[in-house]
Design a protein around this ligand. Structure first.
Ligand SMILES: NC(=O)c1ccc[n+]([C@@H]2O[C@H](COP(=O)([O-])OP(=O)(O)OC[C@H]3O[C@@H](n4cnc5c(N)ncnc54)[C@H](OP(=O)(O)O)[C@@H]3O)[C@@H](O)[C@H]2O)c1
Length: 297
């Protein structure tokens, strides 16, 4: 099976590339041949990679910057995502597209289900929500995976930021009134490969198509996530860092974030019998990879 992933240096693209096995080839197609801001580049670049499944992991992910660049975020996250799905349809292969918890406003008390009403608070969330409908409208053979708080040894993410700040600070203020589920891109990559296989084996199974939530198991606030990272770093000989819980109001950002980012992942478990490991164990594994100097970039 040939899985073709969009983007090369992204967290998920890198994690997918590391999941290649003897019988599963992972091919990343990056900006040299496929540029989401040049729509005409998309179909030829994907066709040339000869996929059995396409994973659309490339996206405009600068959440705060998107407030000032909403049109650009829409071109990449909505228009280009639709073009990727249209290319997959033309090639007769399924598409797996990534979306986000930020399609919700976070006002619900419970973890969000796939059927809950969407209402993004920020430009990034609006662009990703438009991407979901463009993908679904372009190609029935799709899986849209909404995930949250992604981290890995690759690219830019919260774990790497905390470890960097912890090198020079004893105390860090971190938001404690937003809750979600930290998600390891490496865990996500394993699940995506399993989903890709099932899609190829069952071309007509509508139960396996549609929107699914997939995050690390369990939940945390950003402050709890930070504390876990520093606890793990201490076990690797780093100095202890004190996390001071603050409110989101005390840490204003250009883009507002939902207070409740928790996603209910039961639908994926029922359809595919797949769940991601607990975020706590996967965070420890990521910190270990980064501080042992293995594979971090
Ligand atoms: N990170 C999170 O916390 C999070 C949370 C929820 C959902 N998601 C979603 O999960 C998916 C994967 O996220 P990630 O964390 O792996 O993202 P990431 O690390 O920010 O990587 C984004 C990728 O998109 C590519 N890209 C950006 N603009 C492009 C363009 N114009 N043309 C072609 N490629 C372009 C980048 O290309 P280069 O390789 O050239 O840099 C990079 O490979 C995305 O759909 C994201 O929206 C992420």
């Amino acid at each position: 099976m040939r899985i073709v992933v969009t983007g090369t240096k992204g967290q998920l693209a890198q994690s997918l590339l590391a999941s290649a096995t003897a019988d599963i080839s992972l091919i990343a197609v990056g900006r040299l041949s496929l540029d989401f801001e040049r729509l005409q580049s998309i179909a030829p670049a994907l066709a040339a990679a000869d996929p059995d499944v396409i994973v659309n992991a490339a996206a405009y992910t600068a959440v705060d910057q998107a407030e000032a660049e909403e049109q650009r975020a829409f071109r990449i996250n909505a228009t280009a995502a639709g073009a990727v799905a249209a290319a997959a349809k033309k090639l007769g292969v399924p598409v797996i597209h990534l979306s986000t918890d930020y399609v919700f406003d976070g006002n619900a008390a419970a973890p969000y289900r796939e059927s809950d009403a969407t209402s993004p608070l920020n430009a990034y969330g609006r662009s990703k929500l438009a991407g979901e409908s463009n993908v679904a409208n372009a190609h029935a053979d799709h899986v849209i995976l909404r995930t949250s708080w992604v981290y890995s040894p690759f690219g830019q993410n919260f774990v790497k930021t905390m470890l960097r700040l912890g090198e020079t600070r004893n105390t860090i203020n971190v938001v404690a009134d937003q809750h979600g589920a930290p998600t390891s891109a490496q865990d996500l990559a394993r699940v995506i490969v399993a989903i890709a296989k099932r899609l190829c084996e069952t071309p007509d199974d509508t139960v396996l198509r549609g929107i699914f939530h997939v995050t690390g198991s369990g939940e945390a606030s950003w402050a709890q996530f930070a504390q876990a990272i520093f606890d793990d770093a201490t076990a690797h000989g780093r100095n202890r860092v004190n996390v001071v819980p603050i409110t989101a109001a005390e840490y204003p950002t250009a883009a507002p974030r939902p207070k409740n980012s928790r996603l209910n992942c039961d639908k994926l478990a029922q359809a595919y019998d797949l769940r991601l490991p607990d975020w706590r164990a996967s965070t420890r594994a990521c910190v270990t990879q980064l501080l042992d100097g293995a594979s971090g970039q």
